[in-house]
Ligand binder design. Structure first.
Ligand SMILES: [Zn+2]
Length: 532
């Protein structure tokens, strides 16, 4: 990673030096213009791309950095809206579920590099499946998509289970390392939680705690026994994933939910365990959903083709440390008459919460940037005026969008369906690049979007300074594997081959899970370091 940074820096500085030579040459320059040139040199340069005006860049990234330092989680997780007119079984919802789950299965590694976006384009030849990732779609992912689609187009009334099994096998094989990581963490949590669960001789107080209003006092023992069974199954990843999926609506996972509630003893460990069990089961859910979607909307993959969008080059943004101070940023952000009071408010927050802002700003004012997968596709569709399948301007993603991507969608002049959003602000982000300097319309659109976003970012800073509070949230980037809107379980007629021993999933429990789906999940410290 350090090597990459060095490369980007040297590319940027060599290009900046050339530009300086051509722009300023031997001309006499005033100290003011020299300073402007120094700032311009220090900012984002993407090779071969049309530069963003340096004033706009500085105006954009300075408040973004400040906002991140004030609170990197800008609110609660937001689920994507469901189709208001036709509900969970509409063709729109089915398509959205399809692209989300396919993108999910393509995101084969933990971390942000493999975050994947998928969108469907209508073309005269058939549907085109466009795919992008934060860091290049790997050939094996493209193969996985193609092979999966080839299997899906063969789905009929007689072969659901067979097609599901084949896709499931491919999905497990592609994401084996990711699933192993989940299991390693789940296993650690099982060991921790087992101690708390007092498996061998549960005390009456524990039984009360786990069962609460339930009359089933045996659930505690069953939970221990099931967790031990998971450990015994771990040799076979596909069996492990199946077991976690089968348990999704069980009384046992409800018990785990109750143990995870804030304020309960050891709730963090139980929350993490619940999360990783959800993640492990999600691969089974995703493969079943793909098959159910194709069966529910026959023909929508007819004549399909797959297109991979290249990822963005990395570029380095380097705000000048001597300028990037809390006072300097507030001065540029606020009109003259308002800057003093906001500076005071910021100072007060800085000392009250020991933010040490000026040091933090200096330490964080240089960073790599990249264009996130969903924006690569958004830009592709806008640039080429592609028609979305079903006229649904929706881009599916393997993870909920970050704060900046969500704001970018909101700031578009033409409306798009907003993606789900985990609301975390990542600084390693930039808007899509433009490579044609004659495309004035695209340049104007990008400027407008950044300015619109900037208005919102500044408002958020001011609102936070007015409140003078930090509201730090913690949540997982990914979902817990429980369902949102359409998925396989939306179909009443799904196969009954995967009953769970303790408690069969019921329609009622599914509805409750939907309600739970937006619940805040806490983030382990390791995961909080990841940026998508
Ligand atoms: Zn993003």
């Amino acid at each position: 990673m350090k090597k990459g940074k060095k490369r980007s820096l040297s590319k940027a500085s060599s290009r900046a030096s050339k530009r300086k030579a051509s722009s300023f040459g031997d001309k006499m320059t005033s100290p003011r213009s020299e300073r402007a040139a120094a700032i311009r040199r220090s900012l984002l340069v993407v090779m071969s791309a049309v530069d963003i005006d340096w004033k706009l860049l500085r105006r954009f990234y300075e408040p973004m950095l400040l906002l991140k330092l004030l609170d990197p989680v800008r609110g609660q997780r937001v689920d994507r809206p469901t189709d208001p007119e036709h509900g969970a079984l509409s063709s729109t919802e089915i398509r959205r579920a399809f692209v989300n789950k396919l993108a999910y299965l393509c995101d084969f590694k933990k971390g942000g590099d493999t975050s994947t976006a998928i969108a469907l384009q209508n073309s005269p030849q058939g549907v085109v499946i466009h795919c992008a990732a934060n860091d290049h779609v790997k050939p094996r992912v493209k193969d996985f998509i193609r092979e999966t689609l080839e299997l899906l187009v063969t789905v009929d009334d007689t072969n659901h289970a067979k097609v599901e099994a084949l896709i499931f096998k491919k999905a497990i094989s592609l994401s084996r390392n990711r699933l192993r990581t989940y299991w390693k963490r789940a296993d650690g949590m099982i060991r921790k939680c087992s101690k708390h669960l007092q498996c061998k001789a549960p005390s009456s107080s524990f039984t009360e705690m786990i069962a609460e209003k339930s009359t089933d006092s045996g659930t505690a023992l069953k939970l221990c026994s099931w967790l031990n069974e998971l450990q015994r199954t771990a040799e076979s990843m596909s069996s492990l994933v199946r077991k976690c999926y089968q348990a999704r609506n069980s009384r046992l996972l409800r018990a785990l939910d109750r143990l995870s509630a804030e304020g309960k003893p050891h709730c963090r460990a139980f929350q993490d365990l619940r999360h990783y069990i959800g993640r492990l089961g999600a691969h089974r859910m995703a493969t079943k959903t793909l098959v159910a979607a194709v069966a529910g909307a026959p023909g929508f993959l007819e004549g399909f083709s797959v297109q991979v969008e290249p990822s963005s080059p990395r570029a380095y943004c380097n705000l000048l440390p001597e300028d990037t101070t809390a006072s300097g940023i507030m001065g540029r952000m606020c009109p003259k008459d308002g800057a003093a009071s906001y500076r005071d408010a910021l100072k007060l927050m800085d000392s009250s919460y020991e933010l040490n802002l000026d040091v933090a700003l200096e330490e964080n004012c240089a960073f790599e940037t990249r264009v996130h997968a969903e924006l690569l596709l958004l830009d592709l569709f806008i640039r080429n005026k592609y028609e979305f399948a079903g006229e649904d301007r929706y881009i599916g993603c393997s993870k909920p969008a970050c704060y900046s991507c969500s704001q970018y969608f909101r700031a578009q002049i033409t409306s798009f369906t907003l993606p789900a959003c985990h609301n975390k602000l990542y600084l390693r982000w930039r808007p899509p690049d433009i490579f044609d300097e004659l495309d004035l319309e695209a340049i104007q659109r990008r400027n407008d979007t950044m300015n619109n976003m900037n208005v919102r970012i500044r408002e958020e800073i001011k609102e936070q300074l007015d409140r003078r509070t930090l509201t730090r949230h913690r949540q997982f980037d990914s979902t817990t594997g429980r369902s949102i809107a359409f998925d396989i379980e939306t179909f009443q007629n799904h196969s009954n081959d995967e009953h769970f021993d303790f408690n069969l999933g019921t329609r009622e429990s599914f509805v409750e899970d939907l309600e739970d789906a937006s619940e805040q999940r806490w983030e382990s410290s390791e995961e909080s370091l990841e940026e998508s």
